[in-house]
Design a protein around this ligand. Structure first.
Ligand SMILES: Nc1ncnc2c1ncn2[C@@H]1O[C@H](COP(=O)(O)OP(=O)(O)OP(=O)(O)O)[C@@H](O)[C@H]1O
Ligand SMILES: [Mg+2]
Length: 274
């Protein structure tokens, strides 16, 4: 089933000259899959995710979530659709108020979306729910009263995943979720994401520079360049038989074990390879 449908999305910034950050992007995402969005820095990946989350208005084009055109929804309807789409960013620390306890950080979406979560009864229930969420991301429920700076990058990323799951979303946009982490921690967070996806039936839009990570997580890959999608396909096809020269260029920039292949590598678009 198609969960997300982008049609002719365009986003312009500035004027004279207009900068087209997203240029006529059409794409569908099927429920339960991981669609990876790859491309060099500045090609428009984050802008595209902000458009699909409707955190930003497109200049043209439409976003349908579960068949509903987001632009046609009333504010109340949009709020209820928004609950179903959550986001996890690269650097969780920058999106966490350092003076908030872990319990308040994870409960924030609950409190925002559910007025009953306030008040004494609501708070007790939300504490219980936060405990469950923390355990579901591999953290002890007992850390609720602690502060973000007491945790490592990987643990903080787990906290932000718990927060993203608080409202039981169907779609999670992960924008470079492991790029700030050490390789071993990165692997653990990727395992967690895979386990959560299976258990909860989540759909992921996974933005990454790192093709080694993409190869590991993606069902389908969309390759973006200068705001346009140049290639979209099953991960095995895109990696195994890339159609577009730019995709080949990206793949060539990833260190590969075969020295003959490595020697053919010429140009290197920016990637963060492991
Ligand atoms: N709010 C904005 N106002 C003006 N220009 C913007 C804005 N947001 C993004 N841009 C520009 O749009 C282009 C795409 O930016 P975007 O952040 O989407 O790229 P990206 O692919 O996510 O890059 P990175 O991999 O570095 O995160 C860039 O040229 C950027 O400078
Ligand atoms: Mg970005």
């Amino acid at each position: 089933m198609t969960l997300l449908e982008l049609d002719g999305l365009r986003k312009e910034f500035g004027s004279r000259p207009v900068h087209v950050a997203v240029d006529d992007v059409s794409l569908t995402v099927t429920e339960g899959e991981t669609l990876a969005l790859v491309g060099e820095s500045g090609c428009g990946k984050t802008t595209l995710t902000r458009l699909l989350l409707r955190l930003m208005e497109p200049t043209a084009g439409s976003v349908r979530f579960d068949g509903q055109d987001l632009a046609a929804l009333s504010p109340a309807q949009l709020r209820s659709v928004r609950r179903q789409m959550q986001v996890v960013l690269q650097d969780p620390y920058s999106s966490m108020n350092p003076r908030m306890r872990i319990s308040d950080i994870v409960a924030e979406p609950l409190v925002t979306h559910d007025p009953d979560a306030r008040g004494r009864r609501g708070r007790a229930r939300s504490r219980e729910r936060v405990g469950e969420l923390l355990e579901s991301v591999g953290l002890p429920a007992t850390i609720q009263d602690r502060y973000p700076h007491e945790f490592s990058g990987g643990q903080r990323q787990r906290v932000s995943i718990a927060r993203a799951l608080a409202l039981e979303p169907r779609l999670v946009v992960l924008d470079e979720p492991t790029s700030a982490l050490d390789v071993s921690v990165q692997a653990q967070v990727l395992d967690l994401l895979a386990e959560l996806q299976q258990r909860l039936g989540l759909t992921y839009v996974f933005v990454s520079h790192n093709l080694a990570v993409v190869r590991q997580v993606a069902d389908r890959v969309a390759v973006m360049r200068h705001g346009k999608l140049v290639e979209v396909g099953a991960a095995a096809d895109v990696f195994g038989a890339p159609q577009h020269p730019y995709t080949r260029q990206l793949l060539d920039a990833v260190p590969v074990p075969d020295p003959r292949r490595a020697r053919r590598t010429r140009s290197r678009p920016r990637t963060e390879a492991v």
